[in-house]
Ligand binder design. Structure first.
Ligand SMILES: [Zn+2]
Length: 204
């Protein structure tokens, strides 16, 4: 069965004889990005677990990681499932013939970090574009009280141009500056994406 297409499957086996070798072949940049990203969004413990998997030359069980890090099994499992959620690790489940218990063999997929970063950058870009479209597509009104929210033309009209919160008079709000900041951020993000993609391409 191909490891490329199947992330997990069950089988009955002698646990000690079935470990598949890890083929971790990534650049130093990918390695560093992976560690930074994991630390950033998942925290210290997940980073530690990631490092164990990254340095393993074959699949690793949660118990082995627990022993190596002197970390509670529960915590190791939580960290592993976090990596699974992020699509950076997969597991194979095997039933130990002698005990009848399931054993989980974990593999890290550090090469997926590029796809992950690309997807995150795309998400940020889409949010910025959406926000800019919202700012460009609406007229806004404000009572000039910093504690009250800004409202759209429709909302202002529905309330006879009176603030719902402080009953102050609603006046037109100039969002030119906000639009400018958003446009700058979009340009910046586009440059970051172009640069990242160029680096990724250069390595493959
Ligand atoms: Zn108000």
């Amino acid at each position: 069965m191909s490891r490329e297409t199947v992330d997990n499957f069950d089988e009955d086996a002698d646990v000690n004889s079935v470990k598949v070798a890890s083929n971790i072949n990534i650049s130093e940049r990918q390695r560093q990005t992976l560690i930074e990203v994991v630390d950033d969004i998942a925290g210290e413990e997940v980073r530690k677990v990631t490092l164990v998997l990254l340095n393993a030359d074959q699949e690793t069980t949660d118990e082995e990681i627990s022993e190596k890090l002197d970390m509670r099994l529960n915590q190791v499992r939580k960290s592993l499932y976090k990596l699974y959620d992020l699509q950076l690790a997969t597991f194979r489940r095997i039933r130990d013939k002698s005990t009848g218990w399931f054993v989980y063999f974990w593999t890290l997929h550090p090469e997926r970090i590029d796809m992950f970063v690309d997807r995150k950058q795309q998400e940020v870009m889409e949010k910025l574009l959406e926000r800019l479209a919202y700012e460009e597509g609406n007229m806004f009104f404000t009572c000039n009280n910093p504690e009250c929210p800004r409202v759209t033309f429709q909302e202002a009209m529905d309330n006879n141009f009176e603030c719902e919160h402080c009953e102050g008079r609603l006046e037109s709000f100039d969002n030119e500056q906000l639009k400018q900041v958003l446009t700058e951020k979009i340009t910046e993000m586009k440059e970051i994406r172009d640069k990242t993609r160029k680096i990724m391409k250069g390595e493959t």
